[in-house]
Design a binder for this molecule. Structure first.
Ligand code: ATP
Length: 770
């Protein structure tokens, strides 16, 4: 046939060819993922193609399969949706469609396919992969291709990237786009809250998620919602209306002026009857509340990806290319996922199988199995939502003897996340009958005024979306006056203390621990909860507030880059905070597509600056027509004593020889501000509640000065604390996120082995891979 004349081109070029496509519903982060595959692919020596319009383009072939150059994806990090298009393609569900797709790939000589999409798209990719040998055989038997033509393609290498706002794929903690979508939801609910508070209204907010309640659950936790409906935990058919009424009524009685209910679009009751937003509104209206429905709809897919998704998409896009480069014949097709904060490869077949089993478990009304099949934190987070929203009815109150007094203090520079953490700790404590005492204005406040304030339900109710610190923070340390600190802790009979903050909080914990021989009152359980945008606390790879700061910097750099791009020949040297830690600088560079990074971890020399200037000359020489991008260099505030931000900008200007010029841009304290991001809000709640549980656990174990209360704790409680404890666990710890898990790390161990006290950071650079 004439078609058979079109011989595969692979043999001619000798280079391996890879293709990338996006499929299913669009998700923020798809463009950064395509950009990463294209650039990492070119860097690895492949010819890279984009398949436009999802599987439609794969089946249609021709001009819809286009080779991509480095510059073709310039600026894609900051753009929402997917620029190579996506579609829902009925033809690809049929064998005939896949046969044509197989033909198109072989004719183009493409060896490997990277598919970025949701569970449907990856199921399709997996079917295509398993059909491949029979498809090629059929093409030969039909005379469309010769045995020689199919010989180089005995199998199809498929790599899955999970791009979906629903976060419904098993074996990965998050999907590309999920946190961007959550961010949008939180932003919208914050707006709705303002009007709800003004009119004392109830709002039913419907969010996406047909089979997966991740968005609804996380949004519930992050927005301080009163009630949520998720498919994995359906309420009892005849009971949910009464329960909702009781919760809303109780919260109103306590003085709350708004009622917020988040409903996943796939919400059902335990008999699988749909629960619609209208049903929920009817219940709220029935109790006399002025209630409205807001269906967020496609707003949730829109806009630029948040910092987290840009990084995830970039790191995963690169990993997809490495996976292709390393694949041997017979290697199972991988899906690139993230577990904890590690990029991982899992077999695509397995991921698809487990994902489908969640929907099957829901259909079979086996809701415990459905919850268990979600990632490990899902059930935990659900319990945390319940304890901070509905358990104010006293259901979890402990007997008098087991009720504790816990202190919380903010130490160091402000960062977003301090208030949501304090709110969650307070609500959790109240649900158990404990008292959470806020120490106002840091250790100075404690030493000079001895002020501790018991936080009540209404005090903290709206702290979930407030940046800064409502209880006050500063850099003072307990060593200013140990005696006075001990006196106050004793006076309020504290059973445990949570110190929230950055490196000073870490130092404060160390000081209290080392002063224990002289001040026995410090022998209570002590937890440092890292919260700093520098993310420099030893013992954790994540600190509260760092994500919000990265989002602020993302917005700032996008705007600056646009200005640089418009002027055609301008470069901005952006100075970011971070003290002696280059985390913010490196991460910002990664997610904004900066040309160079100056961080304290790598000596800044004149040679490096010269190399970067040479790179700028090269980059400007390639800028033609519309294909001109703004250019950024990111410099950490302490990268060099000599090469200041101004000096680097001046050297660049001088070397630009009229071809380009440079400016400085210093966002300054803006980096500490703004409402906390959705990721910081949810982590704040999780880490703060775990910190409280740690204190409860140690008291129960009789490992604090208080002695052992005789209270039975349920198995869930014990398990959910013990899984984060290290052998020989100590009573003064940093609660951190390391690799895949939350861990309680002993302060003296961290201080001796992992802290670089002089430079105020850890000795290990956990972000080096970026
Ligand atoms: P989202 O999470 O946004 O819904 P998705 O990838 O799950 O994204 P789907 O509409 O389910 O979106 O799937 C996208 C496309 O993938 C379909 O239009 C179809 O072309 C292909 N596809 C899905 N399931 C299969 C399947 N079982 N066999 C072959 N192709 C499939």
């Amino acid at each position: 046939s004439p078609e058979a004349v079109a011989a595969p081109r692979r043999a001619a070029s000798g280079k391996k060819k890879i293709a990338v496509m996006t499929s299913g519903g669009d998700a923020p982060g798809m463009n950064p993922a395509v950009r990463a595959v294209v650039r990492a692919g070119i860097y690895a020596g492949f010819d890279v193609f984009a398949i436009y319009e999802g599987y439609e383009g794969l089946v249609g072939g021709g001009a819809q399969i286009k080779q991509m150059a480095w510059a073709d994806v310039r600026g894609w990090l900051s753009l929402g949706g997917t620029l190579i298009g996506t579609a829902r393609c009925a033809a690809f569900r049929e064998r005939a469609g896949r046969l044509q797709a197989c033909y198109n790939l072989i004719v183009q000589g493409i060896d490997a396919l990277v598919v970025c999409g949701g569970d449907g798209s990856l199921t399709g990719a997996d079917t295509f992969r398993s059909d491949w040998p029979s498809l090629t055989a059929e093409l030969v038997s039909l005379g469309r291709l010769t045995p020689e033509q199919i010989a180089p393609y005995p199998e199809l290498t498929v790599v899955g990237l999970v791009g979906s706002i629903d976060n419904d794929m098993a074996t990965t903690d998050t999907t590309i786009g999920a946190y961007s979508s959550l961010e949008r939801i939180c932003e919208m609910v914050d707006y709705i809250d303002a009007t709800a508070n003004s009119h004392s209204r109830a709002f039913v907010v419907e969010v996406m998620g047909r089979h997966c309640g991740w968005l609804a659950l996380m949004a519930g936790l992050a927005t301080g919602a009163d009630y949520i409906f998720i498919p994995e935990r359906p309420p009892k058919k005849d009971e949910w209306a009464a329960e909702l009424r009781a919760v809303a009524h109780r919260h109103r009685e306590k003085g709350k002026r708004r009622t917020t209910v988040i409903v996943a679009e796939g919400a059902i009751d335990d008999e699988l009857n749909p629960i619609t937003s209208d049903d929920v509104q009817a219940v709220l209206s029935g109790m006399g509340l002025d209630s409205r429905i807001t269906t967020l709809g496609h707003v949730q897919r829109g806009g630029s990806a948040v910092a987290y998704d840009r990084a995830l998409a970039t790191l995963q896009g690169c990993e997809a290319v490495y996976a292709i480069a390393e694949m041997e014949p017979g290697t199972p097709s991988p899906m690139i996922g993230v577990q904890g904060n590690k990029i991982v490869r899992t077999p695509l077949v397995e991921a698809v199988r487990v994902t489908q089993s969640v929907a099957k478990a829901i259909e079979a009304r086996d809701f415990d199995a459905a919850m268990a099949l979600r990632d490990a934190e899902f059930s935990d987070t659900y319990k945390m939502f319940i304890s901070t929203s509905m358990c104010d009815d006293g259901r979890d109150i402990l007997p008098e003897s087991a009720r504790l007094n816990i202190g919380i203090i903010h130490v160091g520079a402000p960062s977003s996340g301090l208030n949501p953490a304090t709110r969650a700790a307070a609500l959790y404590c109240l649900s158990k009958g404990h008292s959470l005492f806020a120490i106002e204005n840091g250790f100075t406040g404690l030493i000079s005024e001895g002020r501790l304030r018991k936080l009540e339900w209404l005090d903290v109710e709206n702290w979930h979306n407030l940046g800064g610190s409502e209880i006050g923070t500063n850099r003072s340390l307990p060593s200013e006056n140990f005696g006075q600190v001990a006196y106050c802790l004793q006076k309020f009979a504290l059973d445990g203390l949570i110190i929230v903050g950055g490196f000073e909080a870490f130092v404060a914990l160390h000081e209290l621990e080392t002063a224990r021989p002289n001040y026995p009152v410090f022998r209570i359980p002590l937890v440092c909860l890292p919260a700093t945008l520098s993310n420099n606390v030893p013992g954790t790879e994540y600190s509260l507030g760092s994500d919000t700061c990265l989002n602020v910097l993302t917005g700032y750099c996008d705007a600056i880059k646009q200005s640089a791009s418009a002027s055609r020949r301008r470069i901005f040297v952006v100075e970011v905070q971070g003290g002696n830690s280059g985390y913010l600088a490196a991460f910002t560079s990664l997610i904004t597509g900066a040309l160079a990074t100056y961080a304290p971890e790598e000596k800044v020399t004149l040679r490096k600056i010269q190399e970067d200037i040479a790179l700028l000359h090269e980059s400007f020489s390639k800028d033609v027509g519309d294909n001109r991008g703004g250019k950024l260099l990111i410099r950490n505030e302490k990268a060099s004593k000599i090469y200041s931000t101004e000096l680097i900008a001046d050297i660049i200007k001088e070397s630009g020889k009229g071809r380009f010029e440079s400016r400085t841009a210093i966002p300054g304290h803006v980096q500490q501000g703004r409402a906390p991001s959705s990721l910081d809000r949810t982590y704040a709640a999780r880490l703060a509640i775990k910190s409280c549980m740690f204190i409860e656990y140690l008291v129960r174990e009789g490992r604090s000065s208080r002695g052992e209360p005789t209270v039975p704790y349920d198995e869930y409680f014990v398990k959910s604390v013990e899984r984060h404890m290290l052998p020989g666990g100590k009573t003064a710890v940093v609660i951190g996120v390391e690799a895949a898990e939350i861990k309680f790390r002993d302060i003296s161990d961290l201080w001796t082995h992992e802290a670089n006290v002089e430079l105020r950071k850890g000795r290990t650079i956990h972000w080096q891979h970026m």
